[in-house]
Design a protein around this ligand. Structure first.
Ligand code: ADP
Ligand code: MG
Length: 353
């Protein structure tokens, strides 16, 4: 969504590629001493510190595939593109330090639209203390594509892989699940209402948390620090981008273990529960298969239970078993169901009939 209030139409050609890059990035400040050289040369330069390892991750967002500009404001898109990458860095139990941002833009977007996109990127960079150190700018014949690469660092012994979960470890999740997927359902529904009646005033108040989780996700920057403070080294970790079920399966397969996940332990926001009732959806299915929550899922040794017990950010939702016991959901009715990986794509197919 680009609300062109002033009828701004400065074509990108008026600035040229280099002028545009300079225009969009001149306000970015460098915050880390390890960023030796940011934007402005053939490559950025980062100082390597002793005993630390670097982590690198990239995610690309494509218009029409990952976002719909009819309800996604460009500022939020810029913010979200940064969040999805930072989330992957935090999922390695690392600190995010730098990003590069590459965009492919069609001539449908004026300079002012790019300013909005970069305002969101800048807000994210400031709030999450990230240096924007480079990128690439090119043209596209159709939609908008944005690709962000994030760099982070951590002491080698703290870096947490998907593969370290051991039998009897506890399965822990941060925050609550399912809200971002429901937010998308609410927005899609409003878009259909708007098509029929453009004067309809959407009342999104009772869905505010859900819509915010979809449009303005926050990566869990606080968690690596919290774990260090609690003196807990997770044995395995992953971020929840596709839904709890698929992420648990990733950890179990990488670690060659099984698990029991308890339905009644899955953390849900009250708005998720009430909206599921209203939409006649099953909240457990939404938490298991709805995507884009950007919470973290990790495993810890049972000895660490006293350190995490009762922490408002953390919920123990199950435990790790032997690989040959399989991966299961234990329902409220105490029946055992095999976990299957169904991302939100599968949910969509179901909803479409
Ligand atoms: P090159 O021709 O060496 O690829 P560019 O002209 O593409 O260089 O980029 C010049 C500088 O601007 C580089 O430091 C590059 O990383 C940075 N840059 C280019 N596009 C972007 C962008 N969209 N966002 C942030 N930095 C960018
Ligand atoms: Mg280039």
């Amino acid at each position: 969504m680009f609300e062109n209030k002033d009828n701004a139409t400065t074509p990108i050609s008026a600035l040229g590629e280099f002028g545009l890059i300079d225009h969009l990035t001149k306000h970015f400040k460098i915050q880390h001493t390890t960023t030796v050289k940011g934007i402005g040369d053939d490559a950025a330069v980062i100082a390597a510190e002793k005993n630390t390892q670097l982590v690198v991750t990239t995610d690309m967002l494509v218009e029409g595939v990952h976002f719909d500009l009819s309800y996604m404001p460009l500022k939020h898109l810029g913010y979200k593109a940064v969040m999805v990458n930072l989330s992957d860095v935090y999922a390695m139990n690392a600190t995010a330090k730098q990003i590069t941002v590459s965009v492919a833009i069609s001539n449908r977007f004026p300079v002012e639209a790019m300013e909005e996109l970069y305002a969101g990127i800048q807000t994210a960079a400031e709030l999450y203390k990230i240096d924007v150190i480079g990128g690439d700018t090119t043209s596209s014949t159709s939609g908008l594509i944005i690709s962000v690469t994030a760099l982070g660092e951590a002491e080698a012994k703290k870096i947490t892989y998907r593969s370290g979960a051991k039998e009897n470890d506890l399965l822990v999740v941060t925050g609550d699940l399912g809200a971002a997927y429901l937010g998308l359902q609410v927005l899609e529904r409003e878009k259909e209402v708007f098509k029929v009646n453009p004067n309809a005033q959407p009342d999104l108040e009772k869905y505010s948390y859900l819509v915010e989780r979809q449009l303005k996700p926050e990566a869990r920057r606080d968690i690596p620090g919290l774990l260090a403070e609690l003196e807990v080294q997770p044995t395995a970790m992953i971020d929840i981008s596709d839904g709890l079920s698929s992420e648990i399966i990733h950890i179990c397969k990488s670690s060659m273990v099984g698990c029991n996940l308890y339905e009644d332990k899955i953390p849900l926001d009250p708005q998720v529960i009430s909206t599921c009732e209203e939409f006649n959806m099953d909240s457990t299915t939404i938490a298991l298969s709805g995507g884009e929550d950007y919470e973290l899922l990790f495993t810890v040794a049972t000895e660490d239970f006293p350190k995490i017990k009762g922490n408002p950010h953390l919920s123990v939702i199950g435990h790790i078993t032997k690989e040959n016991e399989g991966m299961h959901l234990i329902t409220r009715a105490n029946t055992k169901i095999e976990l299957i990986a169904r991302g939100w794509n599968a949910l969509e197919d179901e909803a479409d009939g």
